[in-house]
Design a protein around this ligand. Structure first.
Ligand code: ZN
Length: 149
């Protein structure tokens, strides 16, 4: 239980940093370096504590330089099609690009029922499918740590 609370705090920090990066970029698009610093810190924490970040968060972070990828501000986005359609998101700072498949029916591993089985090993979780996604949600306003300034 104690470790679960600790993780929750770490997730709140990740959430805070992620929102802070968005915030400084929206105030001034010149704040790329600051946003990258926040995202870099976010990645460092996630790696050190071995926390899994939500795919929606990972898709907006450059793998190479840790920039926050916002189309039109720090990244370009293009549609490509071969046999299937892709969205190519390219980081304007370092040139690294991400290719995402355009398939609305695609099911991520974390959303599959098999992925949930590993997490049920933890004791005292109870019938807790409902509190697993909650910890990972990046945009839940109730997780914004207003007491941490
Ligand atoms: Zn980059």
């Amino acid at each position: 239980m104690a470790s679960q609370m600790k993780d929750k705090e770490a997730y709140q920090r990740l959430n805070y940093l992620y929102q802070a990066a968005h915030c400084v970029l929206s105030q001034n698009p010149e704040n790329k370096e600051l946003a990258r610093f926040y995202c870099f810190t976010q990645r460092t924490i996630a790696r050190r504590l071995v926390l899994r970040q939500d795919p929606s968060v990972k898709r907006t972070l450059c793998k190479k330089c840790c920039s926050l990828l916002i189309p039109g501000v720090t990244a370009t986005t293009r549609q490509r099609s071969n046999k299937t359609r892709f969205t190519v998101l390219r980081c304007l700072s370092c040139g690294q690009s991400k290719t995402l498949l355009n398939n609305p029916d695609y099911c991520l591993w974390v959303d599959r029922p098999e992925a949930q089985l590993q997490q049920q090993k933890q004791p005292d979780q109870g019938p807790s499918l409902k509190n697993q996604p909650k910890d990972r949600k990046p945009d839940g306003s109730q997780q914004f740590p207003s007491s941490h300034r």
